[in-house]
Design a protein around this ligand. Structure first.
Ligand SMILES: Cc1ncc(COP(=O)(O)O)c(C=O)c1O
Length: 367
């Protein structure tokens, strides 16, 4: 069986480095904060080209902390795409702000920027473009809308480590970028982890303070209503040793995506949701299937695991009770998307088998 994602395959490649990275932390005697966290923060900031990186507990907190540090709070409206991980909407809601769900482009799943501009009201204060599945949102248009309406922009980069828009790495284009290092991400930890990148030192300082009980000058100088969302040094070290491999891993994802893309050309069973383009890092390879249960079943019978990202549009998630907005295209995608295995540890023979299976699928002749 080719599992959708088996992280033990990554661990086999990284085993020696992971063990040494744990030993380093144990030997350091610093188990919260300290030099291992700082080292990763500097390495990741350099990788994306940001002036600052603050390690935090997870991706949801990264979005929430970035928004809070930029002054977003109770009653503010924040534009969020209609399909994403629930965390994108929850981060907004947890601040007492209103998630305004904007419909998405049906051919990419990314936020529809015309619809975003139309959704702006006098209460709109921010936008959270999500680089969904690893594909960058058109940040030129995002910045144009933001400038026109004086909005803060927090890029949700949880699925897009190393993705680029017009040569700039995502996360560094808006006011702040929020990353998740959840184990399955393109750069994934051995547990929960996240980070905020920004060029603005004041934003970085506020995020660091809010994530550390609001402490400012020293650990007992609690100035801000913060909480505890610090990056664990074990995770920081495990992430740092993987960072040199990220570009190579992303390139392998791009190669696999190209092959699936060609295999699906002309298929009437399933079509690629998006096309291979330069800055895309293929966190997920997502297709639209005419008959999702049947398509998944056919792949399952051929020994290929699949997933669905996501089965529910945010407008249909009861947890997001304060959200507003109607997003029929996002709802349609939630009904038909399927994610195929697409990760750097797939063997060539696995990719060949998936490609062959895609080519021979269904009751339609392959052309
Ligand atoms: C687009 C997106 N945003 C936010 C998150 C939240 O990250 P985390 O699970 O680390 O809280 C995720 C990951 O689940 C995600 O995919």
């Amino acid at each position: 069986m080719i599992e959708f994602l088996d992280l033990k395959l990554r661990n086999r490649e990284m085993q020696t480095l992971f063990m040494a990275s744990c030993d380093d932390v144990i030997d350091s005697g610093r188990y919260v904060g300290g030099p291992m966290v700082t080292k990763f923060e500097h390495a990741f900031a350099k990788y994306v080209g940001a002036s600052h990186m603050v390690g935090v507990g997870n991706g949801l907190d990264a979005i929430r902390l970035a928004l809070q540090a930029l002054g977003i709070g109770g009653g503010d409206e924040v534009l969020v795409p209609g399909i994403s991980a629930i965390a994108t909407g929850l981060a907004v809601q947890q601040l007492g702000a209103v998630p305004v769900l904007v419909d998405v482009d049906a051919s990419t799943g990314l936020i529809d920027l015309e619809a975003a501009a139309d959704a702006v009201t006098p209460r709109t204060r921010a936008m959270v473009p999500v680089h969904l599945y690893g594909r960058p949102v058109n940040m030129d248009v995002v910045l144009e809308i933001a400038e026109r309406h004086d909005l803060m922009v927090v890029e949700d980069c949880a699925q897009a480590h190393g993705a680029t828009w017009m040569g700039r790495t995502v996360g560094t284009i808006g006011h702040a970028g929020a990353f998740s290092f959840y184990p399955t991400k393109n750069l994934g930890a051995l547990g929960d982890a996240g980070g905020v990148v920004t060029h603005d030192k004041r934003v970085a300082d506020r995020v660091r303070s809010l994530a550390n009980y609001g402490a400012v000058k020293d650990r007992y100088d609690h100035q801000l209503p913060g909480w505890n969302s610090r990056l664990d040094p074990m995770q920081a070290n495990a992430l740092r040793v993987q960072l040199p491999y990220l570009n190579e891993w992303n390139a392998r994802r791009q190669q696999i995506a190209q092959r699936y893309h060609l295999a699906l050309a002309g298929s009437t069973v399933a079509t690629p949701l998006t096309w291979p383009d330069a800055g895309h890092v293929w966190h997920l390879y997502v297709v639209k299937a005419k008959n999702r249960p049947r398509f998944r079943q056919q792949l399952e019978s051929a020994g290929i695991g699949t997933e669905v990202h996501y089965p529910t549009a945010l407008m249909d998630a009861p947890a997001l009770h304060s959200a507003i907005g109607n997003t029929p295209k996002a709802r349609h995608l939630a009904d038909c998307v399927v994610s195929l295995p697409c990760h750097p540890w797939l063997a060539d023979s696995d990719v060949d088998h998936i490609v062959e299976t895609l080519r021979t699928l269904g009751d339609i002749p392959w052309q």
